[in-house]
Design a protein around this ligand. Sequence first.
Ligand SMILES: [Zn+2]
Length: 389
Amino acid sequence: MAYKKFQANQLFTGKTLLDSSCVLITDEHGVIQDIVPEKEAGSDVQQLEGILSPGLFNCHCHLELSHMKGHIPPGGGLTSFIAAVMQTPPASFEEREIHMRQADTEMYNNGIVAVGDISNNTTSIQTKSKSRICWYNFLEVTNLDDHKAEEKMKDFLTMEAACNETIPPPVQSAIVPHASYSVSPATFRLINEYTQGKTITIHNQESAGEDELFTNGTGPFLSFYRGIGRSSLPIAVSGKSSLQTWLPYFTKEQTILLVHNTCTREEDIIYANGYAKNNGLTLYYCLCPHANLYIENRLPPVDLLLKHECNIVLGTDSYGSNHQLSMAGEMSVLLQHFPSLSPAQVLQWTTSNSSAALQLQHEKGSFEKGKKPGVVLIQNDFSASKRLV
Ligand SMILES: [Zn+2]
């Protein structure tokens, strides 16, 4: 059997960062054989500059929006961003397909092996069916009207079947809510019924206006709703934060990726972690720092999440709010802004934590014997990454 052997400045196993004396050995197909000291590795060891890591995970992307690169100016805030996405003239199917394929190739080449991808329709299915990346399809429901919830759910069940039939294994799909401000109570209850034990996701507390809406019924969402033709408030004011309003809809042992959390406060984290523990849920806080800087020009409360021992994963969000789809880029911006973070922490977030979040830990996320996680070389300064295997 032909072996591949790699040695670099550091080697991240998925849990710990080892020094340059260790050699990673895979078979010709990329199945992990061992990590050995260099004196036991024999000949033909590839010498590399950088950090060797298991394949990276992008836990939040919108492949469907790949054609929007550079369309929306940064810094406008969330409600303006959503309005701009809705008002962007529709691109042709061919144009969208070209940009989705380019995004897929970019992610593959920079070492992303699995993506948690938001889909609002079936336009990305063809690209995904030919992709070498594993896809977890989050089929995202937006519906403010309780009386339309059953009908919406039927459409999304059809979409889920189409994804699972067309995209090669290990494809997984789940019907998910877009956000607390865009999903009605009956819709939340149906999504809960259909997602027992699955990994699901929701955009959470991406702007201060989201909490203001649920707490007081005021703020920038009022003009947003008027802009989409709603003359009266289409959500019920709960007197609580957004997170404390939507989380109790979930009761069926789901794993939930809370995406963004830019405005999440300590009392929300304490509430959410307590609710999850008492109700059999598992929470992952998914951070998309480049997108947060792009849209709201602020970053999530990383120190608070660490203080409360939260599970963290990372995502790029879409080309609507990012200049690149690179996990090295997301890790780099966090390391720059939060000096207390270590490279091993952010690497764990994009590998083993994420593989557990997307239920791919049996195959990916760490250099354990028998797994085929992909092998990635990350520049020592996290400026770039590339796939080796
Ligand atoms: Zn998003």
